[in-house]
Design a binder for this molecule. Structure first.
Ligand code: EPZ
Length: 430
């Protein structure tokens, strides 16, 4: 298994290109199941999760073509992928594929909408929590599907087609909102989705569906109104920039010190993160090229945050903020309200000298003067990058094992950081 080795102490200067959003690219690829036409997606990030989803969609019969390099293109632009689900050959998403990438469970809605049936493996839990899908199933039943659970699979049927419905979620769920939206666009009649998640990635998917002929109102709000249509066409759509990657690299610069342009970042998608960073004394400026992050020597102020659904502080940036705050001048309080076990990075940060005390859903992070390098273990996607952030300032060498977690969500991380002066190297493992 590959490892990443970081020698701390270098400031970061230059430009980091922000890739297309993983959490938009995945549902956008799934949306290809809703039409026999060709969906052309650009700015698709080159990530392990994208490659895994590709395997799952191809198993359903989706033809996927990746455009080759064009003259003048540099290696940092995202892929252009053409996805065509002319005929869906198989409505089963098998355990051995779904268990490797949870979001593939989201094929349930489109398969039901397009084919009237689906057999999708339950995704199971993961490092950060049990990750139930009850709200997904509730939404499908509201739309008229019959749902049974057998041998770890969801068996769903809607032979007479799906019918528009009023779906009111009792809590905000990104995945359940995607599921309800993707199923309702081909349902007979009107659907209202109340208490919908309003993350930018949901809006990106909704805007793509409208290009395909869907009729959706309330995009980017917590109430979506959908008027079902009988079919959708292909379309062309570019994936929005990744706000979590943006927040992550912003915290890398804040930790290491320096001055970096996060190219193509959209500051409108992470105002809560920007507010918290400015409160910590970090320079953050929106420019017409992206977001400039700078900190030159002055102290990091401690923060107090709760993670919340959008537009609140994103849970996917919680581990990164915690790593940053291990070096603050004072004590920070970070409360995780979305997932029940998203503090796996605490013990690993402690190995580097961080002083963190857990009180239930809240981490008390007491700033220390120094972190020292050590071997550490990546446990999940965002926890692994928090170790990179700490390693950028830890004295000596930090080696992060199991970086396959990192590769799921961060495209060429070591190249992007090394190009700005970090001493980061990937060591290929057996
Ligand atoms: C999406 O996961 C993201 N994944 C996660 O990013 C992100 O952390 C999460 O949304 C929250 O923003 C993708 O977009 C691929 P949820 P999802 O449904 O949809 C509970 C990353 O690092 N819940 O919004 O699975 C759930 O347990 C990943 O890129 C139910 O109870 O998250 C959680 O407590 C990690 N029943 C809360 O809702 C359900 O049916 C929010 O989960 C569904 C969810």
């Amino acid at each position: 298994m590959d490892r990443i080795r970081i020698r701390g102490g270098n400031r970061l200067t230059g430009t980091i290109p922000i890739s297309g959003a993983k959490n938009a690219a995945l549902p956008l690829m799934i949306v290809s199941l809703l039409t026999p036409g060709t969906l052309t997606l650009s700015n698709v990030p080159r990530l392990a999760d994208v490659r895994q989803l590709q395997r799952i969609l191809q198993n359903h019969g989706v033809d996927i073509m990746v455009a080759g390099k064009r003259p003048g293109q540099n290696g940092m632009q995202g892929d252009v992928k053409q996805l065509s689900a002319k005929v869906i050959a198989d409505t089963t998403a098998p355990y051995e594929l779904v268990s490797k990438m949870r979001a593939s469970f989201w094929v349930l809605g489109p398969l039901l909408a397009r084919c009237g049936e689906a057999k999708v493996s339950l995704p199971g839990g993961c490092a950060i929590g049990t990750r139930p899908v009850d709200m997904h199933l509730l939404a499908m039943e509201k739309l008229g599907a019959e749902i049974a659970i057998e041998n770890g699979y969801v068996i769903a049927n809607a032979k007479k087609g799906l019918k528009g419905a009023h779906i009111a979620f009792d809590k905000v769920s990104v995945g359940a909102t995607h599921a309800a939206l993707m199923a309702s666009v081909l349902a007979d009649g009107d659907t209202i989705i109340e208490n919908a998640a309003s993350e930018p990635e949901i809006g990106d998917v909704a805007e793509c569906l409208v290009k395909m002929g869907a009729r959706i109102e309330g995009i980017h709000t917590s109430t979506l109104k959908v008027r079902g249509v009988t079919s959708l066409t292909g379309a062309e759509h570019s994936v929005i920039p990744d706000r979590i990657e943006t927040g992550t690299y912003a915290m890398c610069v804040a930790m290491a010190g320096g001055d970096v342009l996060l190219k193509d970042a959209n500051s409108g998608h992470l105002s809560a993160v920007i507010d918290i960073m400015r409160g910590a004394g970090i320079g953050v400026e929106s420019t017409n090229e992206g977001i400039r992050i700078h900190r030159n020597g002055h102290a990091l102020e401690p923060v107090k945050i709760d993670t919340e659904p959008y537009p609140g502080f994103p849970t996917d940036c919680q581990a990164q903020l915690m790593a940053l705050m291990t070096k603050a001048d004072g004590t920070s309080m970070i409360r995780e309200t979305i997932f029940e076990n998203r503090f796996m990075h605490v013990q690993e940060l402690a190995r580097l000298g961080a002083d963190i005390h857990l009180h239930g859903d809240t981490a008390e992070v007491r700033g220390v003067k120094k972190l020292t390098g050590a071997p550490v273990m990546a446990t999940d996607l965002r926890a692994s990058v928090s170790l990179v952030i700490a390693g950028l300032v830890a004295e000596g060498e930090t080696t992060i094992n199991r970086v396959y977690h990192l590769d799921r969500g961060f495209e060429t991380l070591e190249e992007k950081l090394s190009a700005c002066g970090a001493d980061v190297t990937r060591i290929s493992g057996s």
